[in-house]
Design a protein around this ligand. Sequence first.
Ligand SMILES: Cc1ncc(COP(=O)(O)O)c(C=O)c1O
Length: 381
Amino acid sequence: MDLKPKHSASSLNIFSIMTSLAKKENAWNLSQGLPDYPIAPELADLLKEAVVEGYNQYPPMPGLKALRKNISIELNKKYQTDFCNTDVVTITPGATYSIFTALTSLINRGEEVIYLEPAFDCYLPAIEINGGVPVKVTLSAVDNFALDWQKIKEAISEKTKAILINTPHNPTGYIWTQEDWRQLALLIGEKDIFVLSDEVYDNIIFDGKKHNPGFLQPSLEGKVVSLYSFGKTFHITGWKIGYVVASEALTSAFRSVHQYLTFSVNSPAQYALARYLEMYNPLEAAYMLQKKRDLLIDELKKSRLTKLDTSEGSYFQLYDYSAISNLPDTDFAKWLTTEYKVATIPLSAFFRFPQNDKIVRLCFAKRDEVLIKAAEQLRKI
Ligand SMILES: Cc1ncc(COP(=O)(O)O)c(C=O)c1O
C-alpha cells in the first residue's frame, strides 16, 4: 500500500514527549503550554447549565449567534472599531483548526506560504498538507529573534500566496508593533498575498503593552485572517474552541470549507462562552499571568540560566542555558527533567531542523508553588 507522508514535520511531538517524561520523572512541568490551575467556577457552571438547558445538538455552522455577537461587542470595544459583527466572526474548534482551514480556503497547490521560525509546530505541516510550498524565514537567536525585514522581503516571490505570522509570539513573547505591521504592508503592497495572523495570546499582554490585531490593519484591508483561541484566554485548552475574524469575503471563503470540514462546533461550550463573555474581566488573564511571569523571573535570578528578552505577552519565557551545558537543546531538556526534575521545551521544537542555540522555553501558566519549586531545582544546577 502506498502511504506517502503528507508532510515533512517530525512525527514525534516533543511537546507530548516532554509532558510524558515529566510525568514519568515526577518532575515540575514547565513544558507544554497548558495551565495546571482550575478554571473560573462561573464558566464551569455555565457549561453544566448549557447541557441541562438542552444545548446538545448541532449549533449553526458559523457558530451560535449570541457568541459571535458577544465576541464582536468585545472586540469593537477593545479596539475602538465597528469592524466586527456576526458576519465576520466564525467559531472554530480552536486555532490549529483555523490555521489549517484558512490555508485550505485560500491557497492552491504549488503556491508558496511564508512562515517565520521559531514557529508554532503546526504551521509547516498545515501548509504542506494543503499542497502549499513552505518558505521559511529563520530568525536569529543572536538578534533575539527580531523580525528580519530584509529576509522576509527576499522570501516573497511571484508564487507567494500567504504569510503566516504570530503575535504575541510563542515562544519569544514578542508583540508586533504598528511599525511591524506597516513594514509587512509595505512589502505586500498591491500583491495578492494573504496574511494569516495567529493571535491566540491576544488577551495575555503585559506591562501595559498593546496588541495590534491583524484584521484592523488599514493597509492590509481584506487580506488578513486573524485567529484566536478561548483556550488561552480562559485556561480551557482542552475545550478546543476559538474563532476567526476576517472581512466578509474572506469569511465566506473560510466558511465554505469550514462547512464541510467540521460543519459546527461544540454547542454547550459556545453557550457557556457566550454567557461568560458578558461577565468576565478582560484584564484578568493578563494580570494573573504577568504576576506569574515576574515570579518565575525573580526566582530564577540566582540561577545559571540567562533570560532572553522579557516576554511581552503569551505565557512563555525563553532562557539560555549555555553557562550550564553544551548539550543540544533536546538532550539538555531531557537531562534537566531526569536529573533536576524540571521539564521544559527545547527551542528546536520551533524549527524545521535542530538549532545550535542553547535555549529552552519555560511555561509560566502554572500554579505559583510549581513555579517556585521548579525554580528552586533550577537554582541547584
Ligand atoms: C501560537 C499558537 N497558535 C496556535 C495554538 C493552538 O491553539 P488551539 O489549542 O486553539 O488549537 C497554540 C497553542 O499552544 C499556540 O501557541
